[in-house]
Design a protein around this ligand. Sequence first.
Ligand code: AMP
Length: 232
Amino acid sequence: MSKFYRLLLVGAPGVGKGTYSVRAATALQCAAISSGDLLRKEVTNKTEIGKKLQSMIEGGVLVPDEIISGMVASHLKELKQSNQFPGGYILDGYPRNVNQAKTLWDSKEIQVDHVINLTQPRNVIVTKLSSRRCCADCGFVYNCAKINEGGIVMDPLMPKTEGVCDKCGSTKPLVTRKDDQLDVVEKRQSEYEALATPLLEFYESKRILHNFEVLGGTKVYLPKLLDLIKSL
Ligand code: AMP
C-alpha cells in the first residue's frame, strides 16, 4: 500500500519551501497547502477577510493565529472530501509559531507526522528573494537568479515554455510580490528567526524534526528531499 504523508516543511522565507513543497507534493500525489497562498487568494478574490488582512499580508505581518488555523483546517477538510490526494498533504507556512503548532498538535482533523526544516546560508536566501518572480494569475513561484556563491550553484528556475506559466498556463508577465521588496524581506527574515527557534524546539521535543540543507538547485535537491521523505 502506498504511504499517506502528513508533513510540514519549515524554513526561512526564500529558502525554497514553496517550490519544494509543490514539487514534492506532485511527486508523492499529496496536496501542497500553503498558508500564504490561501491568504493571497482571499486578497485576490477581494473577500471580506482578504480586504481586512491585505495590508498585513503585503507588509509581511503575521495574521491572527485563529484566522489562519481555521482557514487551513477548513481547506484541508474540503480537500479530504474531494479524495484528490491519495498521498496525503504537505503544509507550507503553517504553523508559523508555537501557538499555531500547539493548536495543530491538539487538532483531531489535521496531524503532522514529520517536520522537515530546510536550511540555507542567509546571503544566498537574500539574493534569491530579490530575484523571485510569480505568476500573476496563480502565484506559482519562479526565480531569475543564477547563483554561484560559497560553493552553492543554482540555475534560474523559469517557466519551461518562455512566457507561459507551468502551473496554470497564464501568459501574463511574471510579477514581483510586494513582500519580496528588500525592506520587507529583511523584516520577514528577522521575524522568522525570532519565531522559528521556539517552533523548531517544539518539534524537536516531539522528536519529529529533520534538518535538510539545501546547497544547490531543485534538480539535485528535490530527489534528495524525496529520498529523505520516503525514508521517514
Ligand atoms: P508566505 O507566503 O508563507 O511568506 O506568507 C505571506 C504572508 O501571509 C505572511 O507574511 C503573513 O502575513 C501571512 N501568513 C502566511 N502564513 C501565516 C501563518 N501561518 N500565520 C500568520 N500569518 C501567515
